[in-house]
Every structure is written in structure tokens, then in C-alpha cells.
Design a protein around this ligand. Structure first.
Ligand code: NAD
Length: 333
């Protein structure tokens, strides 16, 4: 068992929320933790001393980018264990070129997003959001699902991602049917997941009671939910976006929502968060939250668990459980 030198790098103040005493005890047992106060920048004297020795960087939100210049000053780095989700802001080609192992805690972040999504699906099918608005204003034009209820409804997911797969698992507890659009999903995987694979996004939109988006923001997904897909949604359908705003034509969405034909639950919007006077906040058939579906509070501990687990595995010479590969970046979040 090796005892790697470990540096922490993340936003000031985040470490105390994300990492418990147990996480620190595990890191201390696995290697030499340079400092419990994380590096927030890589260009000062403290960083220079830490980077010169670090074999492992445990990163989190706010970790500075690992550029070629930073790596030149981090000659021993072999593992970047990221306790956040996407590594796209931190990792550059220089990291991949040097063969540094990169891991992510996106699987941990997927759990609360999936829980938020499933909670919203269940409430939406009950008409809870619409009935609440009708109580506040009986004349409000609020669409209700037709029929109401959580039996035999068809839920459409865009993306068999980490979040999408956890949604599928959680929905297994209910009497709902799940259909998935994801060009990367193999038919055998869809069968194993117990979902129907739909190869045509428009056809999926036209056939579901709820459409929930879980694809990453990459070139091929931007604007994938456009005017045509929104028009294909049935009257009374509910559109949920916890993924990224760029996937959706928000102007077209606003038009469909203003008409009162469909409802929406939006955790991500443009801008993110919305200003108080934004029209989406005025509509009775839209439930907006300011990008809260991902980990917050105690949920951050789950992500730290995954990162610490990777450090322990590295110390034991075991392969990582959640590696990120350069080749996957064009299809993952
Ligand atoms: N609201 C929040 O707080 C929050 C938190 C975490 C993640 N997210 C977002 O949720 C989404 C899912 O995150 P994740 O970590 O589960 O993603 P992921 O990296 O696990 O998902 C990527 C998967 O999406 C699928 N995909 C790729 N291109 C597609 C396409 N054109 N159509 C359909 N599917 C496609 C592929 O199967 C790929 O494996 C992302 O947009 C992410 O940014 C939001």
C-alpha cells in the first residue's frame, strides 16, 4: 500500500461543508494530507509548495484548471479525484496527455437530481402543481394532466445518463412505464433497465405524459428540444428540465407555456437563475427552482465519499470506480 501525498483544491469554505471529520480521517489513513485548508489558486507560494509534492489532488467546485503550466509545477501528480460532477472546467488536454487518472463524483451528484425529478413526476401526474394554482385563482388557466394519477402513465426520458438511470431505478417502485431516447443506449441495456428504447425523439415527445431531459450540454444536444418537439407534446403534458438550459429552445418553450397547453418544471433556465421579473416566473403552469436539484448541504457528503473512495483505491493500487476518459467527453456531462 502506497501513501500518496494529497493536496486539496476547491472553493474556500466548501471543504467544511463537503468533507466530514470521517472523510479527513480516511484521507489521513490513505496518505499524507498536505493541508486541510484547500488551495483556491495554483499561482501563489503556498500552491507552489503543495503542487511540487502532490501525487493526488482531491478537487471540488472552484478547483483551478489543471493547465499545462500548472502540471509542469506538479511533476508527481498521478490522480485527480474530483468530488464535483463534470471535470470539463478543471481538466485540460495536458492532463490526459500525461496519463493522469481522472475520477469524478458525478454518480453521487446524480442521486439528488434523480430524486428531485421523481418527486416532480409524481406531483405533476397528481396535478398537484395545477390544483395548487387553481386554489389560489379559480379562473387561472392551468393545464392538468389528463388523465390524472400515477398509474400507467408513460414517462419519457431524454438521456440514459447517470441521472437518467437513477430516475429509471427509482421509478421502478411505481406503476409507471418508462421510454428512453438516447442514441448511445444499446438495445440490450434498455432491456436490462426495463425501459422501452425509442429511436425518434419527436415520437417520444408525442407519446408521453411527462418528458424529462437528462442529456449533457454538448454540441449535438444543444437545442434538441425545439419548437417541433414541444409542439409534439400532448395537451396537459409536463416538461421537466434538470439538465442544462442550452438543450431547450426557451423562447419556444415560453410560447407553449403561455398558451397554457402544457406545464413545466424547470431547475435550469437562461439566465440561471432567472431575474424576478422574468415571464416564466409569472406563469401559473411553470414551477421554477434556481438550479437546486444537484447536491446541496448533507448531499455533498455523498460526493466526498466517492472522491475519498477513489483515493483509497489508488493507495491500494486498485483501479478507479468512476474514471473519466477523454474519449467520453463529447457525450458526457
Ligand atoms: N440541475 C442540477 O443541479 C444538475 C446536477 C447534475 C447534473 N446536471 C445535468 O444533468 C444532465 C445529466 O447529467 P449526468 O451526469 O447524468 O450525465 P452523464 O454524463 O452521465 O450523461 C451522459 C449520457 O447522456 C447520453 N447522451 C449523449 N448525447 C445524447 C443525445 N444526443 N440524446 C440523448 N442522450 C444523449 C449518453 O448516453 C451519455 O452517456 C447533464 O446535463 C448535467 O449537466 C444538473
Amino acid at each position: 500500500m502506497k501513501r500518496p501525498v494529497i493536496a486539496l483544491a476547491m472553493l474556500d469554505g466548501l471543504v467544511d461543508h463537503a468533507f466530514t471529520a470521517t472523510h479527513f480521517a480516511r484521507l489521513e489513513a490513505a496518505g499524507e494530507v498536505l493541508d486541510h485548508t484547500p488551495l483556491t489558486r495554483f499561482d501563489d507560494d503556498r500552491a507552489a509548495a503543495g503542487l511540487a509534492r502532490a501525487e493526488v489532488i482531491v478537487g471540488h467546485w472552484g478547483c483551478p484548471t489543471l493547465t499545462a503550466d500548472v502540471l509542469a509545477r506538479t511533476p508527481n501528480l498521478r490522480l485527480f479525484a474530483y468530488a464535483g460532477g463534470t471535470v470539463k472546467w478543471q481538466v485540460t488536454d495536458a492532463v490526459w496527455d500525461r496519463g493522469i487518472v481522472v475520477t469524478s463524483a458525478a454518480a453521487g451528484n446524480a442521486v439528488p437530481v434523480a430524486e428531485y425529478t421523481v418527486a416532480m413526476i409524481l406531483l405533476a401526474n397528481k396535478g398537484a402543481l395545477g390544483f395548487r394554482e387553481r386554489l389560489r385563482d379559480p379562473t387561472a388557466l392551468v393545464p392538468l394532466p389528463a388523465p390524472l394519477g400515477n398509474v400507467d402513465k408513460r414517462i419519457g426520458l431524454v438521456g440514459a445518463s447517470l441521472v437518467g438511470r437513477h430516475v429509471i431505478e427509482l421509478l421502478g417502485a411505481y406503476s409507471l412505464r418508462v421510454a428512453v431516447y438516447d442514441p448511445y443506449l444499446e438495445p440490450g441495456d434498455a432491456q436490462a433497465l426495463g425501459v422501452e428504447k425509442v429511436d425518434d425523439l419527436d415520437a417520444l415527445c408525442a407519446s408521453v405524459d411527462v418528458l424529462s431531459v437528462h442529456a449533457p450540454d454538448v454540441e449535438s444536444t444543444r437545442g434538441m428540444i425545439g419548437a417541433r418537439q414541444l409542439a409534439a407534446l400532448r395537451d396537459g403534458a409536463v416538461f421537466i428540465n434538470t439538465a442544462r438550459p442550452a438543450l431547450v429552445d426557451q423562447d419556444a418553450l415560453l410560447e407553449h407555456l403561455t398558451s397554457g397547453r402544457i406545464s413545466a418544471v424547470l431547475d435550469v433556465t437562461t439566465p440561471d437563475p432567472l431575474p424576478t421579473e422574468h415571464p416564466l416566473l409569472e406563469l401559473p403552469n411553470v414551477f421554477v427552482t434556481p438550479h437546486i436539484a444537484g447536491s446541496m448541504g448533507t448531499e455533498l457528503h455523498r460526493m466526498a465519499d466517492l472522491a475519498v473512495d477513489e483515493v483509497e483505491r489508488f493507495a491500494r493500487d486498485e483501479p478507479p470506480r468512476h474514471p473519466v476518459c477523454r474519449a467520453d467527453l463529447e457525450r458526457i456531462a
